[in-house]
Ligand binder design. Structure first.
Ligand SMILES: C[S@@+](CC[C@H](N)C(=O)[O-])C[C@H]1O[C@@H](n2cnc3c(N)ncnc32)[C@H](O)[C@@H]1O
Length: 232
């Protein structure tokens, strides 16, 4: 039957998607983002922040690796693109290929995200666009952001985290955010929905946080067609 884990990734990869991929995942309408103060938490090598910055938008990216020097962080990103592509080649049938079309296109986008991120990182780090930090404690004041997004981290790697880390992380994202927090996907690398999702939603409700799911048309990982939205 093969390996149950979709990827069997060795580690939490420093990988990232492009701005158009983020728009597709979260179903964002660019115009609605223009006046928002946005946090991309667990942003990795995504170029969302860089492209958004060039468009005049106010986005801050956070990742524990943002303390690294530019050459080292690019090199980690290169290694992880290769790692992800190797694992993907072993499990192609567990993904929908409508969006990307081919492995080559998927890799091209990953490399273009890394390149754009790497070009903007030195100045962006100096200007505070790339912030070193990690969940479950974020270095931002209460309600600093209008919107926080968290892609391919919290539930993706949930098999490595205790429930209390996930609960604390969602509450922390809410603490720094005024309007809404969006988390995607709701599945782990094994393709199954996060096992404690109902418990998490109940605990959040008890703390005054409303949760809802909305469908996304972007579903690269099979079955990953929901975004979790949190608001007060
Ligand atoms: C797969 S990348 C996701 C990148 C991006 N959000 C995307 O969807 O393209 C996951 C990122 O989570 C970061 N990470 C690991 N532990 C973290 C933590 N405790 N808090 C925040 N980010 C963390 C990793 O360094 C890595 O860059």
């Amino acid at each position: 039957m093969g390996n149950k884990r979709i990827f069997g990734l060795d580690r939490i990869v420093f990988y990232g998607r492009t701005y158009p991929e983020y728009l597709a995942i979260f179903g964002f309408d660019e115009e609605n983002l223009a006046d928002k103060i946005i946090l991309d938490c667990c942003a990795g090598a995504s170029s969302f922040t860089e492209t958004a910055h060039k468009k005049g938008m106010n986005v801050t990216a956070l990742d524990p690796l943002y303390g690294l020097d530019p050459l080292t962080i690019s090199s980690v990103g290169e290694t992880d693109v290769e790692h992800v592509m190797e694992k993907l080649a072993d499990s192609k049938d567990q993904f929908n290929w409508e969006y990307y079309g081919s492995m080559e296109e998927r890799k091209r986008l990953a490399r273009s995200a890394l390149l754009e991120f790497s070009e903007g990182y030195p100045e962006g780090a100096l200007k505070g666009r790339y912030v070193n930090g990690e969940l479950p404690v974020l270095p931002f004041r209460d309600n600093h952001f209008d919107l926080a997004i968290c892609a391919h981290f919290l539930f993706t790697y949930s098999d490595r985290f205790e429930y209390r880390f996930i609960l604390a992380s969602t509450l922390e994202l809410m603490r720094v955010t005024k309007e809404r927090v969006l988390i995607y996907p709701l599945l782990g690398t094994d393709g199954a929905e996060y096992v404690d999702l109902a418990r998490l939603r109940a605990d959040l409700a008890n703390k005054g946080v409303e949760t809802s799911t909305k469908r996304t048309r972007f579903s690269f990982q099979k079955g990953a067609n929901l975004v979790l939205e949190l608001n007060e």
